[in-house]
Ligand binder design. Structure first.
Ligand code: ADP
Length: 179
């Protein structure tokens, strides 16, 4: 019997930690569907279609991976797709409490679906989409932590926002030094 797994998340944006989990999952399961949660309550930096296209390109070298999006209950989505496994990544202890609750709630909702936790390489175990956005916003480099396409898009997006936010009239001293 073929085992289909769903790997749900926000992926705003995808990091090399997510890709590490996807690669590991692709070796373990016959097929893995990366499912982006459509969550109107969580304001995303990247739109749904953009996240979807980025993920598609980032996983195009892995044949048994596909990308989709969903809303509503994850177990309902998994059921519709015929998936018996939910994959989640586990980083530090801080992930554990929330993931434990989610896994047990999902089991209560549908006991035929099993949650499988996977650990990324330690190089990515401190990495999160939120931290990546924060570092770029503050002017730091995220090279090697996200696909290069994400790095470029983040630079453009966050850079634009920062320029807009900080555009102030030049001071007299600045005008004088510009001549
Ligand atoms: P969510 O909003 O569902 O937490 P994320 O996109 O942040 O969405 O994460 C999706 C899944 O990937 C979660 O299981 C999360 O724990 C896992 N994950 C996020 N970053 C990493 C990482 N660096 N290494 C391993 N797993 C990760």
């Amino acid at each position: 019997m073929k085992v289909l797994a769903v790997y749900p998340g926000s992926f705003d944006p995808v990091t090399n930690g997510h890709l590490d989990i996807i690669r590991r999952g692709s070796r373990l399961f016959d097929r893995i569907v990366v499912a982006i949660l459509r969550n109107p309550e969580k304001e995303a930096l990247f739109g749904l279609q953009e996240r979807r296209r980025i993920l598609q390109r980032a996983t195009s070298g892995i044949p048994n991976v596909s990308v989709d999006s969903f809303d509503g209950l994850l177990v309902d989505y998994a059921q519709r797709r015929g998936a018996r496994v939910i994959v989640r990544g586990l980083r530090a202890l801080s992930d554990f409490e929330y993931e434990f609750q989610m896994a047990l709630m999902n089991r209560r909702l549908d006991s035929s679906i099993e949650t499988v936790f996977m650990m990324p390489s330690e190089a990515y175990s401190y990495l999160s989409s939120r931290l990546v956005k924060e570092v770029v916003r503050l002017g730091g480099s995220v090279t090697g932590l996200v696909p290069s396409e994400v790095e470029l898009r983040l630079g453009a997006r966050v850079g634009n926002r920062r320029r807009k936010a900080t555009r102030k009239p030049a001071t007299r001293a600045q005008r004088r030094s510009r001549g």
